[in-house]
Design a protein around this ligand. Structure first.
Ligand SMILES: C[S@@+](CC[C@H](N)C(=O)[O-])C[C@H]1O[C@@H](n2cnc3c(N)ncnc32)[C@H](O)[C@@H]1O
Length: 253
């Protein structure tokens, strides 16, 4: 398996065509990419980066592009287990621009007091305002962690290089630590090919991109240069060759 949006045969042909999709809002995403395996790569012991713990031990996470919520729920279990010694009160919010996926995520919510889903475009002003209100209710100014799993390509394809920069800047403004799982360049090609095969308009900005070929390198560069974040660790590739980039805010002196 080579990427989370298409299952490829060894000769590069697509075995399972997930359909022509513009924003990565696949309805059956977790049938092909079970969420359980996705957290295996996550390191332990990096999760509480704030030097001064929150007085009420409140821990807040944001999952950007949460799809139907499967991974959000698993991430919450992971955080609870990995921080079980300190037993913080963990709250997670997932946002996604697809209303059907958000509805699906909400239907299975057994902890609505701690897990919330909102249908919003992360790049919209409304989303920024809603997230600030969410943090205010928790008496926090930033999320302890923001997860960006398999979303950067969709932002990049639909909003270009400037959109990718804006996305990462917004994520970092809201975060103490971020986890980014970028899609490799061949996934961009596959997503574009699927649109053309379906006789739909290609991503108009694809030809104008300057951040090509090595999305990981460009994303790390943006995180360091524009967001002033520093590397915590970068994991080895998983079975689809995907790495997790873990970055954090530099401590204010
Ligand atoms: C390929 S899925 C990844 C889902 C999940 N993060 C995971 O890795 O399991 C990408 C998700 O990002 C969402 N998405 C794309 N652009 C978005 C945006 N601007 N704001 C919010 N969600 C977005 C899509 O609707 C889709 O559900």
């Amino acid at each position: 398996m080579s990427d989370s949006d298409v299952v490829e045969k060894s000769d590069g042909e697509e075995k399972t065509d997930p359909g022509a999709i513009r924003h990565g809002n696949f309805m059956n995403y977790y049938q092909f990419h079970p969420a359980e395996g996705r957290v295996r790569q996550l390191p332990r012991g990096v999760w509480q980066r704030q030097r001064v713990a929150h007085p009420a031990r409140k821990y807040a996470g944001l999952d950007v592009g949460c799809n139907a919520g499967d991974l959000t729920y698993i991430l919450r279990d992971f955080l609870e287990e990995t921080m079980s010694r300190d037993q913080p009160e963990i709250s997670l919010i997932g946002v996604d621009l697809d209303p059907i996926l958000i509805e699906k995520a909400r239907e299975r919510n057994s902890r609505p007091d701690r897990v919330t889903f909102e249908c919003l475009d992360f790049l919209s002003e409304d989303c920024g305002e809603m997230l600030r209100r969410y943090l205010m209710q928790l008496n926090k100014t930033r999320f302890d962690v923001v997860f960006c799993f398999s979303i950067t390509m969709w932002i990049h394809l639909n909003h270009g290089d400037d959109g990718l920069e804006e996305f990462l800047r917004k994520v970092c403004e809201l975060a103490e630590m971020i986890i980014v799982e970028p899609q490799p360049w061949r996934c961009y090609k596959n997503a574009s090919r699927r649109l053309r095969r379906a006789k739909l308009e290609d991503f108009p900005l694809l030809k104008e991109l300057k951040y090509t070929r090595n999305p990981v390198k460009h994303i790390e560069d943006i995180l360091r240069r524009l967001c002033d974040f520093q590397r915590v660790t970068v994991t080895a590739g998983n079975e689809w060759g995907r790495m997790l980039l873990i970055y954090e805010r530099k401590q204010e002196s």
